[in-house]
Design a protein around this ligand. Structure first.
Ligand SMILES: *Cc1c(COP(=O)(O)O)cnc(C)c1O
Length: 393
């Protein structure tokens, strides 16, 4: 991060970090849609290519709009360096490809984004990187799964869709005792609610597609961490192999960062009200939300996070038929598996995001047929409740 920003607090960084005004004196950050950059003369071109002189060469390597987004997100996460990627999945792929080689081992939470499990099982495994999956909140299972060749511990907290919470500080200590790095996918909390690097994590991953955009428009991702890991290894993979973020998407995300904290607080407020209201409904048998005192890791979440997040899940009496009936009775809430949008979304994990698992795997993961997930948006909370009440009556 640029040293001049050291003096500023989160809200100021969210609005200003990374901006460099051009000669046009623009107030809002410009978009630079250019694939390459022009050199003053042949010697300058040679100096840029050799690395003797810093500066832009080609937008697979660097782009001013993308850099503004990277510096802003790095500042918000409290990281030395951020590398922006074309999607959340390519952020995860770039991290694995940069830091691992054949024969290495990962220990991962079982409760991670479904496509991340597919990447580990179908692709990383193909290149000789093996993964052991464990229960997010079972510290002994993590400890037992670590082997001499374990290089990374990987987790998301809170988990999707059950909102289980892992102690990042404890997990970082465990990783470091064994010479491994802790990688945290911070998509659900964002740096507005949780800063894993401060708690000892080595790398933070983002799907910018979710709350960083916040309005469901663009696909993108990011990796944040130390200069010698993210700036050297991850960036090295990215500039060679090419999953770079487009300048237009970077601009959308960096404008999203300006309102991130305000939006996250509003998501948390709506989700808390909805979780408490759902807990009081007779047709609801269980509610999973870290902000509820009934949540098993409520105190940990209160300590580790600035807010409890915008995602909750709940079970209705009955099974799949009752869950589907409730989903189908809604008229406003969007039936979609995406999250992190101003618009509330509702989904049935057992037949969508977790539909590829076998019934045994689903029951091991705690995904019952009566489970419904809601990513609570920014609509009026009374309208969200009224929409759900259509199917809860
Ligand atoms: C969506 C998501 C991803 C993948 O991000 P894309 O931008 O869709 O590639 C990774 N992790 C989590 C937790 C997600 O929700």
């Amino acid at each position: 991060m640029n040293d001049e920003f050291d003096q500023y607090n989160f809200d100021t960084l969210a609005v200003r970090a990374g901006q460099i005004r051009t000669g046009e004196s623009e107030q809002s950050e410009p978009i630079f849609p250019t694939s390459s950059y022009v050199f003053g003369n042949a010697a300058e071109a040679a100096a840029r290519f050799s690395g003797d002189e810093p500066g832009n060469i080609y937008s697979r390597f660097s782009n001013p709009t993308v850099r503004t987004f990277e510096q802003r997100l790095a500042a918000l996460e409290g990281g030395e360096r951020c590398v922006a990627t074309s999607s959340g999945m390519s952020a995860i792929l770039s991290t694995f490809m940069a830091l691992l080689q054949s024969g290495d081992h990962i220990v991962s939470s079982r409760a991670i984004f479904g496509t991340t499990s597919v990447m580990l099982n179908n692709y990383m495994a193909k290149f000789g990187v093996e993964t052991s999956f464990v229960d997010l909140v079972d510290l002994n299972a993590w400890r037992d799964a670590i082997k001499p060749n374990t290089k990374l511990l990987f987790l998301e907290t809170p988990s999707n869709p059950l909102t289980e919470v892992a102690d990042i500080k404890v997990m970082a200590e465990l990783a470091h005792q064994h010479g491994a790095l802790l990688v945290v996918d911070n998509c659900f909390c964002t740096p507005a609610l949780q800063r894993p690097l401060e708690l000892g994590a080595d790398i933070v991953i983002h799907s910018a597609t979710k709350y960083l955009d916040g309005q469901g428009r663009c696909i993108g991702g990011a990796v944040v961490g130390k200069e010698d890991v993210v700036g050297a290894d991850v960036y090295g993979f990215l500039r060679t192999c090419g999953p770079t973020m487009s300048p237009f998407n970077a601009w959308v995300f960096l404008k999203g960062l300006e309102t991130l904290r305000l939006r996250m607080e509003a998501h948390c407020r709506n989700a808390q009200i909805l979780a408490e209201w759902l807990e009081a409904q007779s047709a609801v048998t269980r509610v999973n939300y870290p902000g509820l005192t009934s949540h098993p890791q409520h105190e940990l979440a209160a300590r580790q996070q600035k807010g409890f997040g915008g995602v909750l899940s709940f079970e209705v009496a009955g099974g799949k038929a009752e869950a589907w009936a409730l989903i189908d009775a809604t008229q406003m809430v969007s039936i979609t598996a995406n999250l992190g949008d101003t618009k509330s979304t509702i989904t049935h994990p057992a037949t969508t995001t977790h539909g590829r698992l076998t019934p045994e795997q689903r029951s091991d993961a705690g995904i019952s047929d009566s489970l419904i997930r809601i990513a609570v948006g920014l609509e009026d909370i009374e309208d969200i409740k009224a929409d759900l009440l259509r199917g809860l009556g």
